[in-house]
Each structure stands twice: as structure tokens, then as C-alpha cells.
Design a protein around this ligand. Structure first.
Ligand code: DP6
Length: 328
């Protein structure tokens, strides 16, 4: 009887410069560069156990055994690790999201970063952060960024080149920023990001323009980070958000990720900015929740304002978080 086990925890991240679209679907390489902020306390903890008595791979998430595409994506990552070490053993994968239940924020980012770390360590590998990021990227590109803490960049890929990994961006002295998260539904998203970006790439007349302008936007965000210029950073994040949602909206059939509460929050954020002079900037991913980037000192006031918007179910303040951790 042989058993190999490891547990890892990874935080989720929110993109400031958005990833939307792939230049290589087989290797899962993004067509555009992205920059994100890893968030503290919104995490996934995953335990991987390889055992020669297991007849097949199993994947349990938040107490429910998963099948279909969800399980296949996990197995694809396990297969890559098994190939590397010459393992034949099947695995039991158990994940728990420490993200408000059914918030729809449970992104694949924290999940696949934690899985990559737990699976490699259980198999006896000790990969560098870069290598771990590369393994996570093949499963889900946003997961490549969750390997690192703070601000993280994942460059655009080059078709056929599997080496792509994310890297941490150093911003010098600490910058006390926060993301205020406003949740607007408990429902699962209708169109997952993988499918949404593929449909955008194939059918949206705006897709090519998005890919062409994304590097300049990312450059602006990188410079704003270096200068700690929240206004430039926030406005560029909003532009990146609207540009990728424009691709989704103009896809065929159209993908609309927002609900009425999303728009009401956007209006509240503009009001805070324009009428009260608070630096607050909004972003949405492949779902209707809104995340507001701001300075730490303004976060409680923004949280209160968003909590009053009709349709907002829950609000929470998230601070920047660290990279993936493997339990000793
Ligand atoms: C809108 O990383 O979930 O959140 O690589 O297909 O797994 P796959 O996609 P995924 O896409 C995330 C898209 C986004 C923007 C972002 O996080 O950059």
C-alpha cells in the first residue's frame, strides 16, 4: 500500500487588466496580457491523495462529488503531474472554498492554483513558483496568477509555446489598497469564462480590436502601479472591463453577464467618485458581481454605500493577499 498526500491553499485574484481570449486553446495560452491583485481570505484549500488502491480519480468540491467537465479539468492536471513522475496511481482530490457560499465568486483561479501545488507536492515534486504557475495556467490561465501574492502579471502567450507563467510585480513600499466586493446573486453564472471567451473570439466583430488595444492598456496599468497612481490605474481597469464585456455583448449569441443590480452599483460608484471625490473604481468578471478598487481608508464608506444599493445581497472588504501555501 502506497499513499502520497499534500494540502495547499491559494487565494483568488481579481484582474485589473483583463484576460479574455486565447491564442492557443490546446495549451491554454492567453491572447492578451493581464495584471491582477491576489486577495486575502477568499481562498481554496485542496488535498490531493495518490493511493495505489484507488480505482479511479475522484474530485469533491465543498462536500459534493463532481463529474463531467469539472472533474475532467482536474484529471487533466493530475495526468500532467503523473506523466512527469511516472506515477500510475489514481487520486482523491478534496477542495473547500473559503469564499462566501454560493457567491458566484468561486473562480477557478484559487482552485487550480491550490490543485497544482497540492498535486505536485503529493507526487514528491518541489516545483519553483514559476513552474507551478505554468502548470496552473494550463488548467486555467487566471490560476497562473494566484500562485503569487499582491500584483501579478501574466503576459500574452505565443502559439505553441508552453513555457508561459505569471510573475509577481513589485510595487516597492506597501500600497494600502482594498477591493470592496458587492454580491448581486446566488445563482451560478450562465456562460463560464472559458466558453464566453471562445465565443467572443469566434463571433464578436470587436474581438480583434480588443486584442490589439489590450497591451497598451496593460502598459498603462503597469506604469500606474509603479507610480502608485490609483486614478490612472482605476480608470484603465474600468476601460479593460468594459472592453472585454463589449466583446461578450457583441458575440453571437450575445453574452450579458450583468443584472440590474450590477448597473445600479456602477451608478453608485460613479456617484461616489464624481460627487463625493472618493477614488472608487469598478470591475466585473464573467458574472454580475462588482468589485470596487479603492484606498483602504475609503473602503468602509464604500462598503456602506454599496450595501444600500437595491439588489446587493452581501458586501465585503478584501485586502491584498499572499501566494499559494503548501501545508508542511
Ligand atoms: C473574466 O481563467 O477562468 O475572470 O483559462 O479558460 O480557465 P480559462 O479562463 P479563466 O478566465 C478568467 C476571465 C476573467 C478575467 C481575468 O480573470 O483576467
Amino acid at each position: 500500500m502506497t499513499t502520497h498526500r499534500a494540502t495547499a491553499t491559494a487565494n483568488t485574484n481579481i484582474a485589473i487588466a483583463k484576460y479574455w481570449g486565447k491564442c492557443d486553446t490546446k495549451l491554454n495560452l492567453p491572447a492578451v496580457p493581464s495584471i491582477s491583485l491576489t486577495l486575502d481570505g477568499l481562498s481554496t484549500t485542496t488535498t490531493v491523495t495518490f493511493d495505489d488502491r484507488f480505482p479511479k480519480d475522484t474530485f469533491t468540491l465543498d462536500g459534493t462529488v463532481r463529474s463531467g467537465r469539472e472533474r475532467e479539468r482536474v484529471i487533466a492536471l493530475l495526468d500532467g503531474v503523473r506523466r512527469k513522475v511516472g506515477f500510475l496511481m489514481r487520486a482523491e482530490v478534496t477542495s473547500e472554498n473559503r469564499i462566501p457560499t454560493a457567491s458566484g465568486l468561486a473562480s477557478s483561479a484559487s482552485g487550480f492554483a491550490a490543485l497544482a501545488a497540492a498535486a505536485t507536492h503529493a507526487a514528491g515534486l518541489r516545483p519553483s513558483a514559476r513552474e507551478l504557475s505554468r502548470i496552473a495556467r494550463r488548467a486555467s490561465a487566471s490560476a497562473a496568477r494566484s500562485v503569487f501574492g499582491g500584483f501579478v502579471e501574466l503576459p500574452a502567450g505565443t502559439r505553441g509555446d508552453d513555457r508561459l507563467a505569471a510573475k509577481a510585480l513589485s510595487v516597492g513600499d506597501p500600497w494600502p489598497l482594498r477591493m470592496v466586493i458587492a454580491m448581486t446573486t446566488h445563482a451560478e453564472k450562465a456562460v463560464g469564462s472559458t466558453e464566453g471567451m471562445e465565443r467572443s473570439r469566434r463571433t464578436s466583430p470587436l474581438y480583434q480590436a480588443w486584442v490589439e488595444q489590450a497591451p497598451a492598456l496593460t502598459r498603462r496599468i503597469r506604469i500606474a502601479l509603479r507610480r502608485k497612481d490609483l486614478e490612472t490605474l482605476g480608470l484603465a481597469m474600468e476601460q479593460s472591463t468594459m472592453a472585454f464585456h463589449g466583446c461578450a455583448l457583441s458575440a453571437r449569441p450575445s453574452i450579458l453577464y450583468w443584472n440590474p443590480a450590477t448597473l445600479a452599483i456602477l451608478e453608485a460608484v460613479r456617484d461616489l467618485r464624481d460627487r463625493r471625490g472618493i477614488l472608487a473604481f469598478a470591475t466585473m468578471d464573467a458574472g454580475p458581481h462588482v468589485k470596487v478598487l479603492c484606498e483602504a481608508k475609503d473602503a468602509p464608506r464604500i462598503k456602506r454605500a454599496l450595501g444600500r444599493v437595491p439588489g446587493v445581497l452581501e458586501t465585503r472588504i478584501a485586502a491584498p493577499g499572499g501566494g499559494v501555501q503548501v501545508e508542511p
